[in-house]
Design a protein. Structure first.
Lengths: 315, 500
């Protein structure tokens, strides 16, 4: 099959997928207990105020009408305004997305730099203390809760040593250096989690390829072990890791909720959580929809890469 | 590029990232991101902390809750209480250079009253019209006498925004607010920070010693405290009692706490629908009140940091009635009252929101009541749903709080008058209505105190709701911060603050 045809096919499937996502997020929001207008009104009990809020955000309309208004506006590129601070949702997303992308890229980089070499080493040195050590690190990366690691790192690097800021975010165009210091700890926290996943998968894929016939042949030919591992085995082992990497990246892009919360990084995850707590329907629905789209697109990208790397699929 | 070069480049970048210049910048950590920065439609508490820098008000309160002029210079009630004349401070400018005068005050009050969805309308809705007497004098006409109006003008209803900016920005005023406070708006990164810088033409500029103020919302309390300890922040608001030990142990930090304006309470369903049978008899309500030991709750759940209470104001308020202090727990008397009321084996359900403080206190209350033979079932319900149940009368008792108002009227009137908007109990006593209405019309604090005392004595006997404790509002700050005075409203006043 041709690549463009394949991509086109996948893009067509994207439309019903996103429609389902939109219906689902909208429906879930309606199931949340508590009236949004009352939540917004807070200690205010004047029925006129509550009614004004309802009218402003169409909360007085039947659900299908609300959904229709919402989806119609989105198709016109209007995501509505935040119910809480009245900032346009599109503006909120546009300002949070770069932060989350940067955090995801840095975390991914850390994950790749730790995860893949650790996976290779532990597969090539199977059964040695090096393997055990790498496995231990991978399991720790996977199982240590992010919020705990985050707080511990803040206490060490910000409170005790004073090397890095404890929280907050400085955009790179304001000061690249300060940007890197603010992003370092959260990226590390997220990166260790990714590294754990990547390490485990690289290791098992490597073990499989290292046992393959062609590798044995290469060894029999007297090829250096280093070349066998890094050239012959690694290339094939990386195919499943690419897919996995893309999925992990998609996960990071949909917002690292707890990590952003702890480091007060104004990204997607924080936008989502604050939205949920404040019954900010407009924000939550838009964030989920955008995250879902990103996730689906990244999966598509992974499949395309897979298609390119794996000649068998091209047929 | 070799890896050594990359490392060196990275190190160089980190070095450039040194501290900012010699400007005096105060960074304040907020517990959550404020809502709209428009005094008319603002609702969130954290917004008020930002407004303290941005927008001055006609009046302010002192730490002991006396009302003092800010943008005003004085006021005078008419003899019939149906109008009030307010004199304005001369030479005050908005941050866009426009004059803050009587015309601007009229514009602002009318905006509060007429904007759809205004949260101020219920606070100052009794204002019928505003006269501009001269450039620096306004007269408000009221539909009925209302002394607490002045207290409303010490908060957002008294904040004056530039009419020019309001007209130009319309609905978008919140994106670039312009007021007459000591600091002007620079930028807002939603969920990130709100930046203000010194307004050079502020009427009281001698009191301002900071160049910039940044408000940084950090929702996680552990990382908020860590940011204060690391020096990223210089002040944090509403510190949780469980974080106090950490802050007090650090010699570079200070903590100040004062009794809040509000209270934690359990409204009882006295006459609101079919679920009101349980607590219809006041002796049953008294029994409940007597079976609870407030001291013990505060010692065990709040490390003794909060203040036991039984009235609608805290014991440190000038309006607290010392003749009826918090009563000692008396299980025997509680049991006797239940027998007299014919409900010796009382059982009921308390609705509690899923929040640590109230959940833990509810568990202790449950076991205290059990000793008096009362079976209390705890039903956890999300906050907004609980409040809706309260309004509908779908409750026997629920556990809530009131944030409090500087004027005592705001803590009692709508909760206990027969048609009060927040009277979920549907408690009704015409005598209480008369007393509280009279207190609204009486300007003399001494006279008002007498009226409130009589109402309090009825409340303590009839117990339509159980008042339990008053939190203390704690502010944590760096020892570099000088000149900080805590206020019962928890709002940080920036006047007089210095950074060493």
């Amino acid at each position: 099959m041709r690549l463009w045809l394949y991509v086109l096919q996948r893009l067509v499937v994207l439309v019903p997928t996103l429609l389902c996502v939109s219906l689902f997020t909208f429906g879930l929001q309606q199931l949340l207990p508590g009236d949004a207008a009352l939540a917004l009104a807070g200690e205010e009990h004047d029925p006129a105020v509550v009614a004004a809020i309802r009218a402003r955000y169409h909360l007085d309309q039947p659900m299908p009408v609300q959904y229709g208004i919402w989806i119609g506006n989105i198709l016109r590129g209007d995501f509505g305004e935040s119910l809480r601070n009245r900032i346009p949702v599109a503006e909120l997303i546009a300002s949070k997305l770069p932060v989350t992308i940067e955090l995801a890229l840095c975390s991914m980089l850390i994950g790749l730099l730790i995860g893949i070499p650790a996976g290779i080493v532990s597969a090539a040195r199977r059964g040695t203390p090096l393997d055990v050590g790498a496995n231990f690190l991978a399991l720790s990366g996977l199982s240590v809760p992010h919020f705990w690691l985050g707080i511990m790192l803040i206490l060490l690097f910000a409170v005790r040593l004073g090397w890095l800021p404890a929280s907050g975010y400085v955009p790179p165009w304001e000061s690249l250096g300060r940007n890197l210091t603010t992003i370092a700890l959260p990226s590390f926290v997220l990166g260790t989690g990714v590294a754990g996943v990547l390490m485990r998968h690289t290791r098992s894929a490597m073990l499989q390829t290292l046992d393959a016939d062609y590798v044995r042949t290469a060894r029999a030919k007297g090829v250096l072990e280093r070349v066998v591992v890094l050239k012959h085995a690694l290339r094939n082992a990386l195919i499943p890791v690419i897919t996995l990497g893309a999925i992990e990246f998609g996960r990071l892009l949909s917002g690292a909720v707890l990590t952003e919360q702890i480091f007060a990084i104004p990204g997607f995850g924080k936008l989502l959580v604050d939205g949920v707590f404040n019954r900010d329907y407009a924000v939550v629905q838009a964030v989920v929809l955008v995250s879902a789209s990103l996730f689906v697109l990244l999966n598509l990208l992974a499949d395309v890469l897979y298609f390119l790397v794996n000649p068998r699929l091209r047929g | 590029m070799s890896w050594q070069r990359i490392v060196m480049a990275a190190a160089a970048l980190l070095l450039i990232a040194g501290p900012a210049g010699a400007q005096s910048v105060l960074r304040i950590g907020l517990n959550d991101d404020p809502d709209a920065l428009d005094p008319t439609i603002s609702r969130a508490y954290t917004g008020r902390l930002v407004f303290a820098g941005l927008c001055d008000k006609l009046f302010d309160v002192t730490p002991d809750l006396k009302i003092v002029p800010q943008l005003a210079t004085g006021y005078e009630w008419a003899a019939d209480g149906l109008s009030i004349v307010i004199k304005l401070r001369p030479g005050v400018k908005f941050q866009d250079g426009e004059p803050m005068n009587a015309e601007a005050v009229r514009f602002n009050i009318e905006r509060h009253l007429n904007t759809p969805g205004s949260f101020r309308k219920s606070e100052i809705g009794e204002i019928k019209s505003v006269d501009v007497v001269d450039d620096l004098t306004v007269r408000f006409h009221l539909s009925k006498p209302l002394v607490p109006l002045l207290a409303a003008l010490t908060d957002r209803a008294g904040m004056m925004i530039s009419p020019k900016a309001a007209k130009a920005l319309g609905d978008k005023f919140t994106t670039k607010p312009v007021c007459a406070g000591p600091f002007k708006f620079v930028e807002r990164v939603a969920q990130g920070k709100i930046v203000l810088e010194r307004f050079p033409d502020y009427w009281n500029k001698a009191s301002i010693h900071l160049d910039r103020v940044e408000f940084v919302p950090i929702t996680d309390s552990a990382s908020r405290v860590a940011s204060l300890r690391s020096g990223d922040l210089q002040m944090i608001e509403r510190v949780s009692p469980s974080d106090l030990a950490q802050l007090r142990a650090d010699s570079r930090l200070r903590v100040a706490g004062v009794a809040e304006l509000g209270y934690q309470q359990i409204p009882l369903n006295v006459a609101n629908g079919p679920k009101s049978k349980t607590f219809a008899d006041f002796r049953v309500r008294q029994a409940l009140d007597l079976a609870i030991d407030r001291e013990t709750i505060i010692k065990t759940v709040f490390n003794g940091e909060y203040i036991p209470g039984n009235q609608f104001v805290s014991p440190s308020s000038p309006y607290y009635d010392t003749k009826v202090p918090v009563r000692k727990r008396d299980v025997a008397r509680a049991k006797q009252l239940l027998r007299e009321a014919g409900q010796p084996a009382l059982s009921f359900t308390l609705i509690v929101p899923p929040e640590r403080d109230r959940q833990e206190a509810a568990l202790i209350i449950q076991s205290m009541l059990a000793e008096a033979g009362i079976t209390m079932t705890i039903q956890t319900q999300e906050n907004v749903t609980m409040l809706q149940a309260g309004r509908r009368g779908d409750f026997e008792a629920y556990f809530t709080f009131w944030s409090g108002r500087p004027d005592p009227d705001g803590n009692i009137f709508t909760f206990t008058t027969c048609n009060g908007a927040q009277n979920d109990s549907h408690y009704c006593n015409p005598e209480v209505d008369t007393l509280l209405t009279k207190a609204r019309e009486t300007p003399s604090p001494a006279e008002r105190k007498k009226l409130y005392d009589r109402a309090t004595e009825i409340m303590v006997r009839e117990v339509p709701r159980i008042l339990l404790w008053h939190r203390r509002v704690f502010t944590g700050y760096s020892a570099r911060v000088r000149g900080f005075t805590p206020y019962p409203d928890g709002i940080i006043r920036l006047q007089g603050l210095k950074l060493e």
